[in-house]
Design a protein around this ligand. Sequence first.
Ligand code: BTN
Length: 252
Amino acid sequence: MSSFPELTFFDYPLVYFNEIDSTSDYLKVNKINHPLMVVADYQTKGRGQYGRVWDSESGKNLTFSFQFFPEKLEIDHGFKISQMIALVLVEVLNEIIFPNRAYIKWPNDIIINDKKVAGILIETTIEKDKIEKVIVGIGININQKKKSKVLPYANSLANLFPEINWDRIDLLNMLIKRLELNIRKNFQGDFQSSYNQQLYKIYEVISILYKNQEIQVVNLGADQHGFWLLDNQSEKQKIQIKSSQEIIYLYK
Ligand code: BTN
């Protein structure tokens, strides 16, 4: 990424790589003690959630990670980080793709036109019951035209909105500004209702595979701990999902 301009994250210049194993691993391994953002054109070992692979064509997309140090953020409030980051992404994208809409698919995939365009990987370090350090890795599919073999349900912004000129730097710059603003607020506010408002298929009936059974449930949104609440109407019971590994989405 030789032509990258001098962007900063909390006054620290961004670190750029043409190629690296993973931008999140760079921050994990180097144990730097100030906020920092690392951007790469290509990752040889890009990681998704639950050890999945994050596959992204070289030089076409945004793959970046940043770290910050919240002040006195209780472990119990950890989901706020996920909510805030997902909200920043949908809000910025919604300003660009208006009147179309980006949504958050619980817990923090970013969906447009039923396709995943961005993924978020959050890793925290805990000290004395507080979240001491957060490493956030974000992958946004921007100008990639080819479909990914390992991520078949994904698509890119340029494929979905070819009429828009997708500039990776402009988008990154918009995201940095919004992220800094929100991180400075140190998670004081409550993101609950804004998050649920942006949730994909909120209050709609959706099909999922749960405990090896296909069931129809109403998506009631996430609670403040980040658990996903579903209303299983046929059984007249509510289901609380703690990890996306507990279910398989049978909708798009
Ligand atoms: C997911 O949806 O599974 C999360 C994907 C996160 C991918 C990003 S790309 C930049 C950063 N470095 C990585 O190795 N992963 C994250």
